[in-house]
Write a protein of this length. Structure first.
Lengths: 68, 251
């Protein structure tokens, strides 16, 4: 069990890293993009927007922790 | 064509930066404790990595390209954002720059202080440190090569970029006989984060059903957007850091 947990932990750290909120935002952005394209809206602009907000938010959280 | 060139470049830069780090670990152990067991460790890790590519690569070929682009693009995007986030924190002074010379010195000190443990005729410390170092650094290369190859539907350009990086870094390491501390590693990591994030956005959105205006050319626009965003964030964080600690204004 601890081996499975360590294996999962390794891949979590490898892919997701320090801030899971960024990964969650990307997932949400993709779901919304899929829904909008399904409704006939070519939402190519949505994912770059989500990335910009997620990255800025993540850096804000990281530097706030560092500076306090 | 533009996408292929950028793909080779991305694969080359990502592989080069990981190989520089692996080389530092291998040199640190090999110089202090001898080369035989160290090179066995490098060889064993290379076999595991080659096995991973040979197993996962062809298996991905049977998955529909849109589903593959969605999954691979999403993984690449999350992974790339990690690189970009760290690169922005380094460039703005919130995180220490990676220093190969320092890493090499630490590696040498640890190798010299470690005891002797012979297993299967090998110096076990040298073998395991070289094996783990090359495997962990190489895993990122394998991940990028497989992601790029799978999303593009052909592995040639990504493998070419990675192979060129391995050859050049190893040759440079042999010539320099030391860690490659003059490689602008932090700038390369920034570029890699930029490319991984941009490719991730492009492919993941395509996989979700988006038709990019201008097709492959819009990849350049995505790179420009992510680049402008990143440099803007670096400037903003630098200002924030300097205003928070006026004493460190010269840092």
């Amino acid at each position: 069990m601890s081996y499975v947990r360590a294996f999962g932990r390794f891949w979590w750290d490898f892919i997701v890293g320090d801030d899971w909120v960024v990964a969650a935002a990307v997932g949400l952005g993709l779901v919304l993009t899929g829904i909008l394209t399904g409704l006939g809206v070519d939402a190519w602009w949505l994912l770059p927007l989500v990335v910009a907000l997620a990255l800025a938010g993540s850096l804000r959280r990281a530097t706030r922790v560092t500076t306090t | 064509m533009t996408g292929t060139i950028l793909l080779v470049l991305g694969s080359f830069l990502a592989s080069a930066v990981e190989m520089v780090e692996a080389l530092t670990i291998v040199l640190g152990v090999g110089v202090v404790r001898g080369w035989r067991s160290t090179l066995f460790g490098v060889g064993a890790a290379a076999v595991v990595l080659a096995g991973l590519i040979a197993t996962i690569g062809p298996a991905l070929g049977s998955i529909p390209i849109d589903a593959l682009r969605l999954v691979v693009g999403a993984l690449l995007l999350v992974f790339g954002l990690q690189w970009l986030r760290k690169a922005i924190l380094r460039s703005s002074g919130y995180k220490a720059l990676h220093d190969e010379e320092e890493a090499f010195r630490e590696g040498r000190e640890q190798a010299a202080a470690a005891g002797t443990d012979q297993r299967a005729g090998l110096d076990w410390y040298s073998f395991t440190v070289a094996f783990k170092g090359v495997l962990l650094e190489g895993l990122e290369v394998v991940f990028i090569v497989i992601s790029f190859g799978a999303a593009q539907g052909r592995f040639g350009p990504a493998v070419l970029g990675a192979a060129a990086a391995v050859v050049i870094v190893v040759a440079a390491g042999l010539l320099a006989r030391g860690p490659l501390e003059r490689v602008p590693e932090n700038a390369i990591k920034f570029a890699v984060g930029l490319l991984l994030t941009s490719f991730g956005i492009f492919w993941a959105a395509e996989g979700a059903g988006v038709d990019w205006p201008g097709d492959e050319l819009s990849l350049l626009a995505v790179i420009a957007f992510v680049g402008a965003l990143s440099f803007g964030l670096v400037r903003s964080l630098r200002r924030q850091r300097l205003s928070a600690s006026p004493a460190g204004a010269g840092a």
